[in-house]
Design a protein around this ligand. Structure first.
Ligand code: ADP
Length: 484
């Protein structure tokens, strides 16, 4: 068995402000734990509101120079950072696994996916276009240009410690914005390593700061109130997103929000069932189910429900649960005891209300925050699992009789991030994709995130889009210059 745990020495534990590692202003530290065994990985500098002000001073000071830097230069720095991430991919992946817990193979996948944003937006940086047109009356000429919005605050979650950062940092830097990143307290180490990589890539001091903290609200509140901040971009829960939107309202801050999901996955009777099982397994179990696009509700046509359920249960039974750095692990731990508690509560609630437990359904004894891969069938309509995001390795299967019923059930949620449809019928695939109220629909595939595609949600799943050619627009203002 290969143990690829990161040596303690490679973990950075200070704040990154103005191009330097610095302690927090009051010397405070907070602990970061390995979710696979609960041991202490590092004590990280705990950013204070004063540190936030210092980072914003640096971001505001660097903003005009960065905006004036040629797009080719900005692109080359991003491209170099992408190359450096690839060169150091084992090290970055090991840090992701150490602090977040996912299997090393998935961390390497995240390095590829997360790194790709740097390359993609390097390519987009030099293609920020305006337009020229004339007024229909012939009386005026219209020049439309784009400008960077200015200093931005990014707040990121723990489930993809690298990719949720790079999906924001890359378009911001490409557009000419400076950025302060506040990573999740569970996973600050990957972002601190990324800051070092950016510096090696030639990013000027102050353009990017990384501020881990144990008190997110205390740090970010004053930043949101500061008129020098131009934008907030957030990925996390819908509840926190609403708090931040309220706080952003006072200064009418530009806001991009990637919030929670409650993704339906629909398997029709004309689907290739083994492909649907593969897709469901991927959509459910990537990241141990800890993804906002994870399949939360699996709707299966009653004509094929038994076959699908049996095959999915067999595949879930075969998954190896273990430490992410151990060879052969398919499913790592959940991020912490609190999240494991929420998963257990949702499963227990469904079972108490009459769901059939076909596999798992319990926490794994011993150190670490492991939960068994779980399959639940016949989920009653009043189970919390139907309306709440489970964020764990729990497949919840619900039968349906016809297409209209499936679409209505899929849409009966306040969320609208991702959805998955399995059918061999092209007409049905298109009809259902159009009818689903979600920002992203996967047809016969369980993984659909792509650097070139817009990622984002309808309804309470968010505002705006990340990645794709849309992603950079979130960091640009549009200016109309009227000419005679
Ligand atoms: P989770 O419950 O999965 O941790 P959150 O939405 O609470 O999801 O966390 C996502 C990110 O938002 C993290 O970086 C977290 O520290 C941050 N966060 C949580 N609460 C607040 C808040 N009140 N103000 C600013 N950031 C917050």
């Amino acid at each position: 068995m290969t143990d690829l745990r990161v040596p303690a020495l490679t973990l950075r534990s200070e704040l990154w402000i103005g191009g330097r590692n610095v302690p927090s202003s009051d010397g405070g530290l907070f602990p970061v734990y390995d979710p696979a065994d609960g041991t202490l990985l590092a004590e990280v500098a705990d950013a204070t509101p004063d540190d936030g002000r210092r980072a914003l001073d640096a971001a505001a000071a660097a903003q005009p120079g960065w905006a004036a830097t040629s797009s080719r230069t900005r692109a080359e720095i991003l491209r170099r950072a992408w190359e450096l991430i690839q060169e150091r991919r084992n090290e970055v992946a090991a840090v992701i696994t150490a602090e977040m817990g996912k299997p090393l193979s998935e961390s390497l996948g995240e390095v590829t996916y997360g790194g790709e944003f740097l390359r993609w937006f390097a390519e987009e940086a030099v293609r920020i276009n305006g337009r020229y047109t004339t007024s229909p009356s012939g009386a005026g000429q219209i020049l439309v240009t784009k400008e960077p919005v200015g200093p931005t605050l990014a707040i990121t979650p723990w489930n993809f410690p690298l990719a949720m950062g790079t999906r924001k940092i890359a378009p911001a830097l490409a557009a000419g914005c400076t950025m302060i990143v506040k990573p999740a307290p569970e996973t600050p180490l990957t972002m601190l390593l990324l800051a070092e990589i950016f510096t090696e890539a030639g990013l000027p001091a102050g353009v990017l700061s990384v501020l881990p903290t144990s008190d997110a609200a205390a740090l970010t509140g004053p930043l949101l109130d500061d008129p020098r901040l131009a934008k907030i971009t957030f990925t996390g829960s819908t509840g926190t997103g609403k708090l931040l939107l309220r706080a952003a309202a006072d200064n009418v801050l530009r806001s991009s929000m990637e919030l929670g999901g409650n993704a339906p996955l629909i398997v029709f009777d004309d689907a290739d069932i083994s492909a649907a099982v593969d897709g469901a397994l991927a959509a459910k179990m990537r990241n141990g189910g800890q993804a906002c696009v994870a399949a939360n509700r699996i709707y299966v046509d009653n004509k094929v429900r038994e076959q699908f359920t049996a095959e999915l249960t067999d595949r879930m039974r075969d998954l190896t649960v273990g430490c992410g750095s151990a060879e052969g692990t398919d499913v790592g731990p959940l991020i912490n005891e609190r999240q494991r508690g929420v998963v257990a509560e949702l499963v227990d609630d469904a079972v108490a209300k009459g769901a059939r437990l076909l596999l798992g359904g319990r926490s794994v004894d011993g150190p670490g925050f492991f939960y068994e891969p779980t399959v639940l069938a016949d989920i009653p309509a009043d189970a919390r699992l139907v309306t709440e995001e489970v964020f764990g390795p729990v497949a919840a299967i619900i039968g349906f009789d016809d297409e209209d019923e499936a679409v209505a059930a899929a849409n009966a949620t306040r969320y609208g991030l991702a959805a998955y449809v399995f059918t061999e019928g092209l007409d049905r695939a298109m009809r259902v994709s159009r009818a689903i109220q979600a920002g992203m629909v996967g047809v016969n595939r369980g993984i659909m995130s792509d650097v070139a595609a817009p990622f984002g949600g309808y309804k309470e799943s968010g505002l705006g889009r990340e990645s794709g050619s849309e992603g950079i627009e979130e960091y640009l203002e549009t200016k109309y210059i009227a000419l005679r």
